[in-house]
Unconditional design. Structure first.
Length: 430
């Protein structure tokens, strides 16, 4: 069950206006869950869909039916083009619904017609109005077919270009969240719980006052890079070891791919929400733990909530876009080979080990992995004559008994049968 601090429900003139827009059946379902959790008093919730029946059953306070002429109040049949045309048809209604929003969080399930087609149009409309747009999308199951997967990939590429922050969650990971014999409804409920918790953490990050507050400008600095992909992790802890528990749970979040997403992150925003008794040592421990998982820039935000019962850590990482690749380890030096007809073989440097491999033994030196001797090419000339074969005679000198040296010899008729016959008979082999 989602817990909402009372301070988040209090109206504040300085807090940015945050709007949650659910697009398509998956997005509307998530908005319904957020509405039932009690966020309706603190957030602007909007449901957008082409299916009039599904939209009518939604409990969202505001709804926009798109594609009344294109889709005629029905679904899109899984066609993203129909979804995009439906959103373009209702551009005026969408623009009016987004009026005054500083941060727009768009929730959608990619792969279908509305989620893959209408979401990019809505994101583009929100961007034109100057809002910070965060897209929280789910990817289809691998068994849903190649068509839905390809449509999801195309929409993912487009949204990564348009949105300020783009966070994805693979439905295949839900098998790791639920018990093997859990029902379908329970499994999807656990997925919605994680996504709803992500939205709650982003809202807390942007609205909780504190000594180091995260503003909309800070979020733009971290995430407004074309083509970037964002990752999110959230964790809570209580008691004397609350700082370590919270940051470890945040790093193990499914939306952060168990901390692996931080390896190539360009920038990471760490936001700490805690009671007023937050200690400097706890802040230092959290920052040092995150720094061990990334080489990118770190941005810190601190919010103090008198109603908080524990310490919460939210991690927002941005990778891709205008990111310079991490410099690779230099390859071993080689002498420049003279020109030759055949290409000279080259070798790439060994990969840089990840942070998860720090406990392993260090890699062997490059001199043991590659032959660094100068490469030479023989000068063309007359073919060398093959050497004449030389006939050698096998020596009959006594040799050691090898593995039978310390064992009793096998004597039969005065002869040691452990010695080969040709040696005992002194027969020369040619």
């Amino acid at each position: 069950m989602l817990e909402i601090p009372r301070s988040l429900l209090a109206e504040s003139g300085s807090a940015p206006r945050i709007l949650i827009a659910g697009v398509g059946n998956a997005g509307v379902s998530l908005v319904d869950r957020i509405t039932l959790a009690g966020f309706g008093n603190a957030l602007d919730l909007l449901a957008v869909n082409t299916d009039g029946v599904s939209l009518g059953a939604s409990v969202a306070p505001r709804k926009v039916l798109i594609g009344s002429k294109t889709a005629r109040g029905l679904g899109t049949g899984g066609d993203p083009e129909v979804g995009a045309e439906s959103a373009e048809e209702a551009e005026a209604e969408i623009t009016a619904a987004l009026e005054g929003a500083h941060i727009v969080i768009v929730c959608a399930g990619l792969g279908g017609g509305v989620g893959s087609g209408a979401t990019p149009v809505l994101v583009e409309i929100a961007r034109k109005r100057g809002a910070l747009v965060v897209v929280l999308a789910t990817l289809p199951f691998s068994f849903e077919g190649r068509r839905r997967v390809q449509q999801a990939e195309a929409a993912q590429t487009e949204l990564a270009r348009l949105a300020d922050a783009f966070i994805t969650f693979e439905n295949d990971r839900m098998a790791d969240l639920a018990e093997p014999l859990s029902g379908v409804h329970e499994t999807f409920a656990m997925s919605d719980e994680i996504l709803a918790g992500t939205i709650a953490a982003i809202f807390r990050l942007a609205s909780t006052p504190g000594p180091i507050r995260v503003t909309t400008a800070d979020l733009l600095t971290v995430f407004r890079h074309p083509g970037s992909t964002s990752h999110f992790g959230f964790g809570e802890g209580q008691g004397g070891n609350r700082a370590n528990e919270a940051v470890e749970r945040a790093l193990k979040s499914p939306l952060l791919t168990r901390g692996k997403s931080l390896l190539d992150a360009r920038a990471t925003l760490i936001h700490i929400t805690a009671p007023p008794d937050l200690r400097l040592a706890e802040i230092r421990a959290i920052m040092e733990t995150v720094a061990r998982h990334t080489d990118g820039h770190l941005h810190l935000g601190i919010g103090l909530d008198p109603d908080a019962t524990g310490l919460a850590v939210a991690l927002l990482a941005s990778s891709g876009g205008a990111v310079t690749a991490r410099p690779a380890r230099p390859a071993p030096a080689r002498a420049t080979p003279p020109p030759a007809e055949e290409p000279v073989p080259t070798f790439s440097a060994p990969p840089v080990p990840s942070t998860e491999e720090e406990e392993l033994a260090p890699a062997a030196p490059s001199t043991e992995l590659f032959d660094t001797a100068p490469f030479t090419v023989e000068k063309p000339g007359a073919a060398k004559k093959a050497p004449k074969p030389e006939q050698k005679t096998l020596s009959l000198d006594p040799i050691a008994r090898g593995r039978f040296e310390k064992s009793e010899p096998t004597i039969v008729g005065g002869e040691d049968l452990d010695v080969p016959t040709f040696l005992r008979q002194k027969i020369k082999l040619r």
